[in-house]
Design a protein around this ligand. Structure first.
Ligand code: COA
Length: 371
């Protein structure tokens, strides 16, 4: 019998702090009218000092598990798609795994820039369909405000912070993730990148002075690339699922620029009502933008069980991708779970593990050294 990967939980987390276009006018040479007309963005969220990619990811994950009514101990896999990880290593996914108490889960980060959430869903779905996992958590989380040059008007108006998460679960009922397409073109890698801080340009005073730890972008070229791939990739994923464009109830595109979404709508010959759009509220939150738009569409009652959806995105790499999914919602027979209690247990578990390691080093460390 075949196994399918269903979307059974969803959650999001955005910082409280709002940065409006008017506030940006006081920071760089720009204006509200320019930003709205070129991008559709009105405001974005900015992480506070104590918020990080891992903290936003954890909050979104907890909300998604609550919806799915899935205890963290039953999560087999945590994937965090992010371009702004907490550290180069360990993976942000491992920090989330510890904070939610997913004690038997594997965890890794996935770097495919703004296409990362689609890539991550596809990877998680494959492990579920292949039988190696039953329950997976896929998170898109970013604190792009930490890698934006706030004196560069070409980029600082575009990006925002946030996180979104889906729970995927195995079932023999047909549905869930139906098809996917993942593509890349590394020849365009320098169109959107952070040149410094990796092995090519390790951090030095010079890389800091040259602003090489901030996002650099060729906006026009990225725009041209994005408008070229959005409709084409969506169509490919739809065809792969054995569906027609008319069968799609809602398209949830990467929220980078309203004009790019308009171009996708024209390419697919669909009205804008068929698209989930919230770029005006959050700007481009990279990997988080698709799950955040999905969560808001669900809350607005725009997605019902049985609906056919397309998720489509593009980003640095260059990468792009799309997937089609039949919406499921939480498995009905499960009882509500108390996530607050699980989080408390996770905190105690993490504390005890750290102490056990310290005590182990104290009592057995020397013996271990001489062995
Ligand atoms: N405020 C005012 N003027 C600005 C500005 C700002 N924030 N940013 C750029 N400009 C200026 C430019 O300097 C340029 O001036 P010039 O003609 O004197 O050189 C002018 O506005 C037009 O720039 P242009 O690049 O042609 O604008 P555009 O219509 O292409 O819009 C973007 C610029 C960045 C909004 C658009 O190219 C875009 O959205 N690209 C995709 C970016 C993206 O999505 N990145 C993330 C991918 S995941």
């Amino acid at each position: 019998m075949s196994t399918y990967a269903h979307i059974t939980g969803w959650g999001m987390a955005v910082p409280e702090k709002v940065l409006t276009n008017q506030e940006l006018e006081m920071m760089v040479d720009t204006n509200d009218e320019w930003i709205r007309s070129r991008t559709g963005i009105e405001e974005r969220r900015i992480a506070s000092d104590d918020q990080t990619t891992a903290s936003l990811a954890t909050e979104a994950a907890v909300n998604a598990l609550r919806v799915a009514k899935l205890p963290p101990s039953q999560v087999d896999l945590v994937i965090v798609a992010t371009s702004t990880p907490e550290y180069l290593f360990p993976a942000t996914a491992c920090l989330v795994q510890d904070r939610i108490g997913a004690s038997t889960a594997g965890a890794f980060d996935l770097l495919a820039a703004c296409s990362g959430f689609i890539y991550g869903l596809n990877m998680a779905a494959e492990t579920i369909r292949g039988g190696s996992n039953k329950n997976a958590l896929v998170i898109g989380a970013e604190t792009l405000s930490r890698v934006v040059d706030w004196s560069d008007r070409n980029t600082c108006i575009l990006f925002g912070d946030g996180a979104g998460a889906f729970v995927l679960q195995a079932s023999e009922e047909p549905g869930g993730i139906l098809s996917s397409v993942m593509r890349s073109d590394g020849s365009g890698g320098d169109l959107l990148w952070i040149p410094g801080g990796g092995s090519a340009e390790p951090a030095t005073n010079q890389t800091v002075d040259d602003s090489h730890h901030f996002i650099q972008m060729n906006g026009r070229e990225v725009f041209r690339f994005a408008t070229r791939v959005m409709a084409r990739t969506s169509e490919e994923a739809i065809r792969k699922a054995g569906l027609e464009v008319e069968d799609i109830d809602l398209i949830i595109p990467h929220q980078a620029n309203l004009r790019i979404i308009n171009a996708a709508a024209r390419g697919l010959k669909l009205p804008m009502e068929r698209f989930a759009v919230n770029v005006q509220k959050y700007g481009n939150t990279s990997t988080a933008s698709i799950p955040i738009a999905a969560v808001e569409a669900i809350e607005e009652g725009r997605i019902k069980p049985g609906d056919n959806l397309v998720l489509v995105g593009f980003g640095a790499g260059l990468t792009w991708g799309a997937l089609t999914a039949q919406w499921t919602g939480p498995f009905a027979e499960l009882k509500p779970i108390r996530m607050r209690r699980y989080r408390r247990i996770a905190r105690i578990r993490s504390f005890l593990l750290r102490w056990a390691r310290r005590l182990g080093a104290l009592f057995f460390g020397r013996r271990g050294d001489s062995a």
